[in-house]
Design a protein around this ligand. Structure first.
Ligand SMILES: NC(=O)c1ccc[n+]([C@@H]2O[C@H](COP(=O)([O-])OP(=O)(O)OC[C@H]3O[C@@H](n4cnc5c(N)ncnc54)[C@H](OP(=O)(O)O)[C@@H]3O)[C@@H](O)[C@H]2O)c1
Length: 333
């Protein structure tokens, strides 16, 4: 079976490709940034192909002769430009799914996110919870889900996977990366906890997320036309996350609790300072206060029941491995 993985050069992509190759599939992976094909070729893909979701002709090329598409490529940031979310995540997904349908691709598995559901009033949320995404990123993932589902009516055999926050070795430059490495370096902000630390947050080790895609691919009898949340099977309070991190990096958990409103006021100055120096710190933004003061807890019962999905990494063992990797690359002491 010939599988096309879009966004194969990304953090999740490399793990999904690795899992597929281990199972004996032939894999073609897409990359966008020059040079990012190297890691893919080293993994043993049949081909690494340049594709940009902003370029319709490159999309049409990559779906030719493919049996299934795992669509991971995305404009993945929480601080991006509104029109880019639309162009890449929504319109790019539409073009890819339409091209796949037209060229006879048998399956399409779309990588959404629990951010398409957004914050949760009565945790945990599940696949039937009405979505209420908080950020433009999540809104674009939800809209792309709807684009995919509407093509289901035209014969597209799709499955939607919603991973929660990913972490693991290899991750760089996103929220979980900055959260872990800033704390390990002991920066000033790691001394403060916004609110009382009782808000829930949920993660998935990247290897467990990759398994979710594999299971969805291999169980078409149940997974076609379905949506699955893929995550560790429990949420953690921020206090628990800090306690785990503290043990692993040998630093004290945050000492001071700071009310959300005050945190936002102080971060206004950080944002102004960042703007003046022309830099950006994705962690210390007012939007992050909004994020950490709302529960993000999700049930994976449906994936367990229908896909036999059982994540093997808990947060502590997964973070231990991740922190060891950051140490080995010199990113943290
Ligand atoms: N990270 C998380 O916590 C998380 C949680 C839930 C869901 N997700 C979803 O998981 C998927 C993979 O995310 P990730 O964490 O692996 O992010 P990532 O490391 O930033 O990977 C993104 C991938 O998309 C490609 N890409 C970006 N813009 C593109 C464009 N215009 N055209 C074609 N390809 C483009 C990148 O290519 P190059 O690297 O070659 O530039 C890269 O391969 C995304 O769909 C994301 O929404 C992520």
């Amino acid at each position: 079976m010939n599988i096309l993985v879009t966004g194969a050069s990304g953090f999740l992509g490399l793990y999904v490709v690795h899992a597929l190759l281990e199972r004996g599939y032939e894999v073609v992976g897409t990359y966008r940034t020059p040079g990012k094909d190297r890691a893919l070729l080293e993994l043993g893909v049949k081909a690494a192909v340049k594709m940009d979701l902003l370029d319709p002709s490159s999309i049409k090329q990559v779906v030719k002769g493919v049996d299934a598409v795992i669509h991971l490529a995305a404009y993945y940031t929480f601080t991006g430009k509104k029109e880019m979310y639309r162009k890449v995540n929504v319109e790019g997904t539409r073009l890819l799914a339409e091209a796949a349908l037209k060229s006879g691709v048998d399956r399409l598995i779309y990588c959404s996110s629990t951010e398409a559901i957004g914050p949760v009033d009565s945790p945990p949320a599940d696949e039937s919870t009405p979505p209420n995404p908080q950020f433009e990123y999540g809104r674009s993932k939800l809209e792309a889900e709807r684009v995919i589902a509407s093509l289901g009516g035209k014969g597209l055999k799709y499955t939607i996977i919603r991973p929660s926050g990913l972490y693991g070795p290899g991750n760089r430059d996103d929220v979980s990366y900055w959260f872990i490495t800033s704390f390990a370096r002991g920066g000033i902000y790691s001394k403060f906890l916004v609110g009382k630390g009782l808000t829930l947050v949920q993660f998935v080790h990247v290897r467990d997320a990759a398994q979710g895609f594999l299971l969805a691919l291999e169980k078409p009898d149940v997974s076609i036309g379905q949506t699955y949340i893929v995550s560790e099977d429990r949420a953690y309070t921020y206090s628990e996350v800090y306690r785990i991190l503290s043990e692993l990096v040998g630093r004290n958990p945050p000492k001071y609790s700071i009310p959300p409103r005050l945190a936002k006021t102080l971060l206004t100055f950080t944002e102004i300072y960042d703007r003046l120096r022309g830099g950006e710190n994705i962690l210390y933004r007012r939007a992050i206060v909004d994020a950490v003061t709302k529960h993000r807890a999700y049930s994976i019962r449906k994936a367990m029941r229908e896909l036999n999905y059982y994540p093997i990494h808990d947060l502590k063992s997964g973070l231990r491995e991740t922190i060891e990797w950051y140490r080995s690359t010199g990113e943290i002491p």
